[in-house]
Write a protein that binds this ligand. Structure first.
Ligand code: HSE
Length: 436
């Protein structure tokens, strides 16, 4: 059978990895796909030194690849919104299948891209867009298709997890660890995407869409980053038996779907709390299967290439399939997506970790507990440290039971308004991640 010709846009970290893996595993991949798969054309600004470019025509214009009539599948690995969006839409218009690792593009322009692909009868595959090398899209979209998905929680940014792990284990400085992540090729071109949770929000948008059969709605994700995490919070969390992770959480409730990325205290006994370094993990709870956990490298050249190449193999296997019988882009048929709303963050119910600095005098603790009580917030545990010589007041740490965020917001405002409270209250949400 004729070989399938691949055109790659971008031979950087991931693109170079894809070219290398396809060349190195060519025979093994052909045994799986049933045909030879070869990269014949690539767009790159300069010839990469550590990339196997044997037999690949290199163009400096990406449109030359997209418009090359001999190319069957376009692999978009340049990232960003434009010209990636225009290139993908052009490839689709040319009747080519597309594979991409571009989570930002899928999260924001995926609805438009999938509609165009469906109209043309081609596939846009995006496994590498979420959690690097972990086949989480395939698991959610195909392996769990018998379930009603109840919730999914994930550590889905390798850079952020690497930073939190190094800070906790080695006491390293935030900026220093971030620089190392950039050097290793984990971090986004704009590293604020990693540390402020934007990259994780892109990925969570995709997870929620295929878990619940809803359109991609990045604009509704509540997003909080890790740049304000203090070493004291890491230590107090450990005291109470928790680890702080930057978690993406999506849950189906009767009122709507939770869609949120923020630092989260997780019980240290949970597997997810022990996912360290650049590794990612996604915990998915289905009504039939119960909890399932997917773990692996969330970033890096060859782990991401692994997911891209798996998509290429899937696309090649489905080349002769009737477009109406292919796996839908968002797991559910395009005309069966649900309009269930995304829940306002103020309506989300979680437990909380609070840390505040208070004047060390009679009645202050009583005042705090009274305000919490007035807002129906029940305290699960509390810790007050002895005053130290180098700071005013005493630190007080409180673990609350579950409460609606609106009530906690009001209580925090009331506490911060007290003259005995020295500075803002630190608040970190807690998830038990229990399966019941
Ligand atoms: N910057 C991303 C991360 C790369 O650190 O997880 C993989 O999407």
């Amino acid at each position: 059978m004729k070989a399938v010709n691949i055109g790659i846009l971008g031979l950087g970290t991931v693109g170079g990895g894809v070219a290398n893996v396809l060349a190195r595993n060519r025979v093994e991949i052909a045994r799986r796909a049933g045909r030879d798969i070869v990269v014949t054309h690539a767009a790159a600004r300069e010839a990469a030194q550590d990339v196997n470019t044997d037999g690949i025509e290199i163009s400096n214009n990406a449109f030359a690849v997209v418009n090359d009539p001999s190319i069957d599948v376009v692999v978009e690995l340049i990232g960003g919104y434009e010209p990636a969006r225009e290139l993908i839409l052009q490839a689709i218009a040319n009747g080519k299948h597309v594979v991409t690792a571009n989570k930002a593009l899928i999260a924001i322009h995926g609805n438009e891209i999938f509609a165009a692909a469906q109209q043309q009868g081609v596939t846009v595959a995006f496994e590498a867009a979420v959690a690097g090398g972990i086949p989480i899209i395939k698991a959610l979209r195909e392996g769990l298709s018998g379930n009603t998905i109840e919730w999914a929680a994930g550590i889905i940014n390798g850079t952020g997890n690497f930073i939190l792990t190094e800070m906790r284990d080695k006491g390293r400085d935030f900026a220093d660890v971030l620089a190392e992540a950039q050097q290793l090729g984990y971090a986004e071109a704009d590293p604020t995407f990693d540390v402020e949770g934007i990259d994780a929000a892109h990925k969570l948008t995709i997870i929620a869409a295929i878990a619940f059969g809803i359109p991609l709605q990045f604009e509704h994700v509540y997003t909080e980053g890790i740049s304000a995490i203090d070493a004291a919070d890491v230590a107090y969390a450990a005291h109470f038996g928790y680890r702080i992770k930057h978690l993406g959480m999506t849950r189906r409730t009767d009122q709507g779907i939770e869609l949120r990325v923020h630092p989260t205290l997780i019980p240290e006994k949970r597997l997810l709390a022990n996912v360290d370094g650049v590794m990612n993990a996604v915990l998915v709870h289905g009504d039939a299967v119960g909890p399932t956990l997917y773990y692996g490298a969330g970033a890096g050249r060859e782990p991401t290439a692994s997911a891209v190449v798996a998509d290429i193999v899937d696309v090649v296997r489905a080349l002769t399939t009737d477009p109406g019988n292919r796996v839908p882009h968002l797991a559910f048929q395009a005309d069966a997506l649900s309009a269930i709303p995304i829940l306002d963050m103020a309506d989300v119910v979680t437990a909380y970790y609070l840390r505040l600095q208070a004047a060390d005098r009679p009645g202050v603790l009583a005042m705090i507990t009274q305000i919490l009580g007035q807002h129906e917030i029940s305290i699960e545990a509390m810790l007050q440290k002895a005053p130290s010589t180098h700071e005013a007041g005493v630190p007080i740490v409180i673990i609350s039971h579950r409460i609606r965020e609106r009530q906690m917001n009001a209580a925090i405002l009331a506490i911060e308004a007290q003259e005995a409270i020295l500075g803002p209250v630190t608040r970190i949400r807690i998830e038990s991640l229990a399966s019941d």
